[in-house]
Design a protein around this ligand. Sequence first.
Ligand SMILES: *[C@@H]1O[C@H](CO)[C@@H](O)[C@H](O)[C@H]1NC(C)=O
Ligand SMILES: *[C@@H]1O[C@H](CO)[C@@H](O)[C@H](O)[C@H]1NC(C)=O
Ligand SMILES: *[C@@H]1O[C@H](CO)[C@@H](O)[C@H](O)[C@H]1NC(C)=O
Length: 439
Amino acid sequence: MGSTTIPVLLVTANVGSIFEDPTEMLKIWTEEFLSTVSKLDPKFIALHCQEVGGKNYELSMRHVEHFVKLLMSSNELRLFDKVRVFLDEDYSSAENFTALGNLYFVHHSLDNILIWDFKDSIFIPVQGKEIHSGNIEAVVTKEKSKFPQDFFPECKWSRKGFMRTRWSLNGTVLDLVNIHLFHDASNFIAMESFPSVYCRNRRRALQHTLQRFHDDAYENAPYFLFGDFNFRTDTDGVVKKLTDGLKTTRVQNNKNNEFMKLQFTTDDSKLVLTVGKKEFNHSDHQAVFLNPTTEWLKSFDKELEAFEDTLTEYPVTFPPSYPFEENICHATSYMQTRCPAWCDRVLMSKTAKELVDKESIVDYGLMGGKTCMGDHKPVYLRMEVKQNSGSIVTENDSVKVTDLKVKKVEDITTPTTVTRYIYIQNIDSPVKIFRETAV
Ligand SMILES: *[C@@H]1O[C@H](CO)[C@@H](O)[C@H](O)[C@H]1NC(C)=O
Ligand SMILES: *[C@@H]1O[C@H](CO)[C@@H](O)[C@H](O)[C@H]1NC(C)=O
Ligand SMILES: *[C@@H]1O[C@H](CO)[C@@H](O)[C@H](O)[C@H]1NC(C)=O
C-alpha cells in the first residue's frame, strides 16, 4: 500500500441549519469536521455541501466567507497546499441557483493532480488555491445544473440540482458529484404508499442526472455521487410496523373540522405514536430510532433499490443522519418532526468501486455523533484509492489517462468576468478568490 494508494475522504454535509445560528454553530461544526479529518488522516478531501448560506442566503453570504476562511486557515489543513472551492452563491438567478458548495483539499505530498476543464475537454494541472464564489456560471472546471423546472413540485424553483468536478489523481480519473434532491413535504402524503409521490420525484431527478452523465459529451468516468438525496424510509411500512395492534384515532381541528393528526394508542389508552403533517412523535422516540436498534429501520430504507444496476454503496451501519435537534444541548436527539432517515449518502458507480483498494479498510460513517452539527449529521467515506488505474471510456475505445492531453499551465487564463482577489490571513501561500459577478 502506501505509495500505491491515496487515502481519500469524501464528505457530504447539508449545512443549511448551521447558517441559521452562525455565531455559535459555524465554530462547533468546523471544529468537529477538522478533528475528524485529523483522525482519518486523508491526503485528498472532498467536502460537498448543500444549502450553503441556509434559508436566508441574502444575509448569510458573509458567514459563508467566514466558514471557508475557518477551514482554510486551520492548523489541520495547513499541509493541504492545493485547494479548489466552488460556491454557487448567486441567489438572484432563480433558474441557476443551487446553493451547492464543493470544496477540495489536496495534500502537498500528492503531485500529478489534474482537474478537468469541461469547456475545452482537457485536464489542467492543479496548483495553488482557488475559490470560486458568487456567480460561477462561467467557471469551466465544474459542471453545474438545476433539474428541469417541471421536475420541481408544483414547478416551483427551489435550490436543487447537482455540481460535478472531474479529477485525475496521479493517473486515476474520477468524477465527484454533489447532489441535492427534493424533500418530503407532508408525512401524510409520504405514508400513502411506497414509493410515495416524493420518492418518485427524487427517482426521476436522479435518473435524469445519471442519464446525463451516461450520454455526456465528456466521455464516461467512474463517479462518486455524494450529497443530500433526501432518501426517506418507507413511511407507510414504518408506521404499520410501529403501530401493529394499536388503535387509530383521527384528530380533527375543532374550529374548521380539518383533519389534523393521527394518534395510535394501546388498549389501555397509552399514546404510542402521533403523526401530523410535520410531526412524527414516538413515545420512546430516541431509543426506537437511535443506534444500535436502527437495524429494523434500515430494512425500510428502499429508495436506492431502483438504482441497483447502476449505483452501489458500502454497508450502512450508522444511525439515520436526519433530522437531529438543532439545539446544541440536544446534539444526540432526533427532532420529532419526520421519521428519521438516511438522507445523506456516499454512493458510487460500479466502476468507481473498482478503484477502491480491496485490501484496505473502508470507513463509512456519521460525523459528529455527539456534537450538534445542525439537523443533518455529515456522512463520510474514508477509503484508499488506487493510483494509475484510471481510464476514460470514449465512444469506441478506452483511453489511458497517460495518453490524455493536458493543458500547459501558461495557457491557463483566469475567468473573463470581474475578478476580485482577497488575501486570507494565517496561511503561507496567497489564495486566489474569484468573485465573479454576473455580466
Ligand atoms: C444561467 O445559466 C445559463 C446556462 O449556463 C446561462 O446561459 C445564463 O446566463 C445563467 N444566468 C445567470 C443569471 O447567470
Ligand atoms: C504517482 O505514481 C507514480 C507511478 O506509479 C509513482 O511512482 C509516484 O510515487 C506516485 N506519486 C505519489 C505522490 O504517490
Ligand atoms: C409528543 O410530544 C410531546 C411533547 O412535544 C409529548 O408531550 C407527547 O407525549 C409526545 N408523544 C406522542 C406519542 O405523541
